[in-house]
Design a protein around this ligand. Sequence first.
Ligand code: XIL
Length: 378
Amino acid sequence: MVFAALLLTNCSSISKTSETKPSSNLKDAFKDDFLIGTAVNVDQIKEANPQLAQLEIAHFNAVTPENIMKAEVLQPEKGRYNFEMADQLVDLAKRRNMVVNAHALIWHSQLPRFVRQMKEADSVKKFFNDHITTVASRYKDKVYSWDVVNEALNEDGTMRKSIFLDKMGEGFVVEAFKLAQAVSPKTKLYYNDYNIEQPKKRAGAIRLIKQIQAAGVRIDGVGIQGHWNVNNIPFKDIEESILEFSALGVDVMFTELDVSVLPNPFDSNTADVGARAEYNAKMNPYAASLPDSVQKKLADGYESLVKLFVKHKDKIGRITLWGVSDADSWLNDWPVRGRTNYPLLFDRELKPKAAFHQLINIKNNVSSNQGTNHVQLK
Ligand code: XIL
């Protein structure tokens, strides 16, 4: 400790100039804070666009597969597994020195047809056991973490209706973690959901985490997805959630961050992939381009969010954006198909947006304003 403190004090006088030198890559800028991740689709895993691949390599040290590790892809038919893309992702991440957050073992959505059609509880339990055991053991030393259960809760904190709740009861969550832990003892195990920063749903997530812990089963972290709207980022709820979740002894992560700038067709925020609304021109106001005022608002929203994350960096393990460029965001087609959204840090030409620059600047200001104080906090 003393030695480290001395070292830092010494460095501070010599390296003032180098410390204030801007770091233009996200992963380097935030290297003392948390991992910076992105979601990747099939084309990105195949490195179809070299320029996009370069951005991924430059800015991110963590990766989450957007779709290819979901059950409908990994086990399209009963007992027939397809690991091709997942294996490619693991290789890619290894080459690039990125950690993989595998997403997701148990989720009510994007299930294979044979599971959706199941009527018997025994069949569902067998799928549940076989899928978790087979998939988690295959990737046990290859992925850093798993979203073991995704989206098990309703907005009011009760359990969401799903084939797993229906056939196995509320205990399916604990059971999933137990099975994953048994075959993959070194992999970090997470619960992941949207809107769990909201007080009622947060209480549900806290209940689930406590159930897992009370059963003597390991849970390492909780992922707040972070699909928000630029007009309504719930900063206070987010901060309270960081504190309350981390008080349970788990790592907090923001796992699918994107900030929509388009009108929300619903009364409240949701990221339910099953929620759909009809297209009309009013719902797509920025089809040609994004006004500067909205671009600025988006950038300010991102800046305030990430400043809040940095404030609590000791509790936060990873921030993952749900994609790299606006062109590839799922928010162009959800919840309304065919819109032009601008939720990420890079534009459709793969140029960094104002939001990107403001995030990088957070760190430049921090290091020039706080000097060694910032370093010592680590
Ligand atoms: C989305 C993908 O981005 C889309 O490509 C896909 O069509 C549907 O799923 N919460 C999650 C993610 O946990 O898996 C979802 O990803 C977005 C909401």
